[in-house]
Design a protein around this ligand. Structure first.
Ligand SMILES: C[S@@+](CC[C@H](N)C(=O)[O-])C[C@H]1O[C@@H](n2cnc3c(N)ncnc32)[C@H](O)[C@@H]1O
Length: 186
């Protein structure tokens, strides 16, 4: 069984981030096997798990104990050992320092900007996932001189049916998930 096969069987709770969006984070940030990352919030742990496969350590924060427990169980089932869970609110505090990356898949992420500034190393990155473009606008308006917004992207994927008779996009599918904002601490 592969990681992706196991991921399909995880316990579900809050909305997960899809692999197509996670791929954009992994490909557009400078994380590697030596990196330390904070992921807020854990949710079902899908983004946490994907990050943990590639970096040294992931600190995964969720302010809701019941969701943190779902994520913890999923990470255990996936056999990942480099994740530390924290039942804490990223708006109140991020304990770590000199982080390479912070990912935020939470409502009102701009409320964590001050704590992200303290926790990231210089040149460290912030990747924020937001379902609505109005939230992207609000986030960017609230970013201060400590960060430089580098990129705002939406990843759109269309699944196709390809067999002996057909070669066309599927009639239905996931039309929208969200936008990703990438910012760098300067
Ligand atoms: C959409 S889910 C995250 C899904 C996750 N990225 C995944 O792929 O499974 C959002 C989570 O953030 C948590 N959350 C919301 N605000 C938070 C905050 N201020 N601090 C920590 N966690 C928070 C929620 O409890 C929820 O579990």
């Amino acid at each position: 069984m592969s990681f992706i096969d196991d991921l399909r069987k995880i316990k579900r709770g809050p909305a997960i981030m899809l692999q197509k969006d996670i791929g954009v984070i992994l490909a557009n940030t400078c994380i590697d096997k030596d990196s330390t990352v904070v992921d807020g919030g854990s949710g079902c742990g899908v983004l946490t798990a994907n990050l943990a496969r590639f970096v040294k350590k992931v600190y995964s924060y969720d302010n809701r104990k019941e969701f943190l427990e779902i994520a913890r169980e999923n990470i255990k089932k996936l056999g990942l050992k480099n994740v530390v869970f924290k039942n804490k609110d990223v708006f109140e505090k991020i304990d770590e320092r000199k982080l390479d990356l912070i990912t935020l898949d939470i409502k009102d992420p701009w409320k964590a900007l001050g704590n992200c500034k303290k926790a990231l190393k210089k040149g460290g990155e912030l990747a924020v996932f937001l379902p609505n473009i109005t939230q992207v606008h609000e986030f960017i308006n609230k970013v201060d001189e400590n960060f430089k917004v580098e990129n705002v992207v939406e990843d759109i994927q269309r699944r196709w049916i390809v067999d002996e008779r057909r070669a066309r996009p599927e009639n239905i599918g996931i039309l929208h998930t969200g936008f990703l904002v990438f910012a760098k601490k300067i």
